[in-house]
Design a protein around this ligand. Structure first.
Ligand code: NAD
Length: 262
């Protein structure tokens, strides 16, 4: 990277978000970590990134289900670092149920955290990027932003929405003639602590070993039968923030082992 950038990554205390934060910190970016909690270990994660990578890192609690907290997150990050150059919308939750039984409060929470939060953080960050004349918005969507599965109505709707939001923001950046891009990453299954727990649950439910659960249940729709890793997702974010990706905007990059090729 050419100069010290500031990156805000929502939902970055674990899994993909933390992996992206580690990658950007290792590239010399200052990093804002976020989740909805305010524990010592959250702030310790930021201190750890600082000592490992010699960058500045802070943890800012903000609940991505609340519009005003999404916008305040960007304001506080800019107050601390002067601007926000890179915005990674990663916070997300899941709930699985048939559509006729899907709890309305779960629908509302998934739409708020997985989709509306990205709208609010982008709305707050775009003026800063326009002022700076450079910016990167990377939205962590999903293979479910491009295709559907049963029982995931809210998640699939939110992630399709994220892909549409990404395209719109990209066109608005282009109209503004600034060196800013907006793209989505669409992972299939990524091996995160969340997915590790699902593997253990499925092993108990199906009385299968780990390898059989991974191949026959978890990765049934992922043709390579291999998980993506958080490091690989971080690598795609790194690429999208590099000059090689200056003309990549408004698109989705699938990291799904061939899922959406079928
Ligand atoms: P994770 O549960 O490990 O991480 C989610 C993060 O979001 C955590 O830091 C959590 O604290 C935070 N978060 C949850 N609710 C929040 C809220 N209200 N406000 C602020 N932060 C909140 O999950 P993950 O697997 O790393 O998933 C990260 C993103 O990647 C999600 O958007 C998910 O939909 C997407 N994704 C994951 C996979 C996968 O296989 N793991 C696949 C495709 C897409």
């Amino acid at each position: 990277m050419t100069s010290i950038r500031t990156a805000v990554i929502t939902g970055s205390t674990s899994g993909i978000g933390l992996g992206i934060a580690r990658t950007l910190a290792s590239d010399g970016c200052n990093v804002v970590l976020n989740s909805f909690t305010d524990r010592k270990e959250d702030h310790d994660l930021a201190s750890q990134l600082e000592s490992e990578h010699g960058i500045k890192a802070i943890y800012l609690p903000a609940d991505m289900s609340r519009a005003e907290e999404c916008r305040a997150l960007i304001g506080k990050a800019a107050a601390e670092f002067g601007t926000v150059d890179i915005l990674v919308n990663n916070a997300g939750i899941q709930h699985v149920a048939p559509v006729e039984e899907f709890p309305a409060d779960k629908w509302d929470a998934i739409i708020a955290i997985n989709l509306s939060s990205a709208f609010h953080t982008i709305a707050a960050a775009v003026p800063l990027m326009k002022t700076a004349g450079w910016g990167r918005v990377v939205n962590i969507a999903s293979a479910h932003g491009l295709t559907a599965s049963p029982y995931k109505s809210a998640y699939v709707s939110a992630k399709h929405g994220v892909v549409g939001l990404t395209k719109t923001v990209a066109l608005e950046f282009a109209e503004a003639r600034i060196a800013a891009t907006a793209n989505a990453i669409c992972p299939g299954y990524v091996l995160t602590p969340l997915v590790e727990n699902q593997i253990e649950d499925q092993m108990k439910a199906h009385k299968m070993g780990r390898a059989e659960v991974v191949e026959k249940i978890m990765l049934a729709r992922q043709p390579t039968r291999e998980f993506a890793t958080v490091g690989q997702i971080g690598g795609i974010v790194r690429f999208l923030c590099s000059p090689a990706a200056d003309q990549i905007t408004g698109t989705s990059i699938s990291v799904d082992g061939g899922w959406t090729a079928m």
